[in-house]
Design a binder for this molecule. Structure first.
Ligand SMILES: [Zn+2]
Length: 278
C-alpha cells in the first residue's frame, strides 16, 4: 500500500493467543465476547503485525514480533504460530535482513522486539546487522530496570544484543521528511507510534495505542497490560482526533482480522472500516 510516495507493507510475525482479561482490562467478558470469541482457556487471537516502510531510499521496519527465541513451553502457552516469521515476510518483498536500515521498536515488550536478535552458533546477534535500532531513551531505561510487574516482558536477550547499534531517542524524532516517531504514552511511559505523511496522504502505525479496531471505537476499552491506563485514554483520544482530521490510514498491530483500516465518523459514533481483511 502506498501513502503518497511512501511504500508500506504489513509483515506478519505470526499469530498468538492472549488472555482476554489482559486484552480487555476492566471490560466484562459478557461485553467483549460479542466482539471477539475466546477459546476454552479464555484466550483471544492476536496478530503480530509489523510494518515495512520504504521512504527516501531507507528501508524501515517497525517492530519485530516475538521472534524465534521463546522456549517451547512459552510458545505453547501462547499457541504461537509464526509461519515463516518476519525474515520470510521480508523475503517476499525481495529483502534480506542485511537490507534493513532502521528498526523502530514502539516499545520493548517481548512481542514487539523479540525478532531484534537471534541465536547464531550459541551467540546472540542482531537479526538486522546493518540497521540502527531506534528506541526511546525512557523505554530503554524501563527495560533495563524493570519492576516486579514488568520484568516478565522485558527480556534482555531481545534488546541487549543490539546495544551497539542503538539510537536512543529523546521524544518525537524525524527519520525522513515523510516519516517520524511520536511519543504516545500510556501502554508504557515512553511508548512511540510512527506517522507517515506524504503528498497530502497520512498513515499511522499506532502500536499499543489501539492494538485492535475496537480500541478506537470504544476509548475506555483499555488493556490491563497498560502501565498508565488514564494516560492511554487521553493519548488514544488525541490520536483518534488526529486520525479523523487527517483521514489517516490505520495500521493495527494486534488485530488478527484487520491489519489496515480507515476511521469513519458518523452520527457521533466512530467505526473502523477494514481496508485489508486478514
Ligand atoms: Zn503487544
Amino acid at each position: 500500500m502506498r501513502v503518497g510516495s511512501v511504500e508500506t507493507h504489513v509483515i506478519r510475525d505470526g499469530e498468538f493467543w492472549s488472555d482476554g482479561g489482559g486484552v480487555f482490562g476492566l471490560v466484562p467478558r459478557v461485553l467483549w465476547e460479542k466482539f471477539i470469541q475466546a477459546d476454552s482457556l479464555n484466550r483471544v487471537p492476536m496478530a503480530l503485525n509489523c510494518l515495512l516502510i520504504v521512504s527516501e531510499g531507507l528501508r524501515i521496519l517497525v517492530d519485530t514480533g516475538y521472534g524465534d527465541k521463546l522456549s517451547p513451553k512459552r510458545s505453547e502457552q501462547l499457541a504461537l504460530n509464526r509461519g515463516g516469521g518476519i525474515v520470510a515476510g521480508l523475503a517476499k518483498h525481495g529483502l534480506e535482513p542485511e537490507d534493513i536500515d532502521i528498526v523502530i521498536n514502539t516499545h520493548l515488550h517481548s512481542d514487539h522486539c523479540g525478532g531484534n536478535s537471534k541465536w547464531c552458533d550459541g551467540i546472540l546477534k542482531p537479526t538486522f546487522p546493518n540497521a540502527t535500532y531506534w528506541v526511546q531513551r525512557m523505554e530503554w531505561a524501563a527495560a533495563l530496570f524493570p519492576n516486579e510487574r514488568t520484568r516478565a516482558t522485558y527480556l534482555s536477550e531481545n534488546f541487549s544484543p543490539v546495544e551497539e547499534q542503538l539510537r536512543l531517542l529523546d521524544g518525537d524524532t524525524r527519520l525522513t521528511s515523510e516519516v517520524r516517531c511520536v511519543v504516545t504514552r500510556g501502554h508504557t511511559q515512553a511508548h512511540q507510534s510512527v506517522i507517515i505523511e506524504s503528498q497530502g496522504q497520512y498513515a499511522i502505525y499506532m502500536g499499543e495505542v489501539a492494538p485492535l479496531t475496537i480500541n478506537l471505537e470504544r476509548l475506555a476499552w483499555i488493556a490491563a497490560f497498560d502501565v498508565e491506563p488514564l494516560e492511554s485514554l487521553e493519548t488514544r483520544r488525541r490520536v483518534r482526533d488526529w486520525v479523523r482530521d487527517h483521514q489517516a490510514t490505520l495500521f493495527f498491530n494486534h488485530d488478527a482480522r484487520c491489519s489496515v483500516g480507515r476511521l469513519c465518523y458518523e452520527d457521533e459514533c466512530y467505526h473502523v472500516e477494514p481496508l485489508v481483511l486478514d
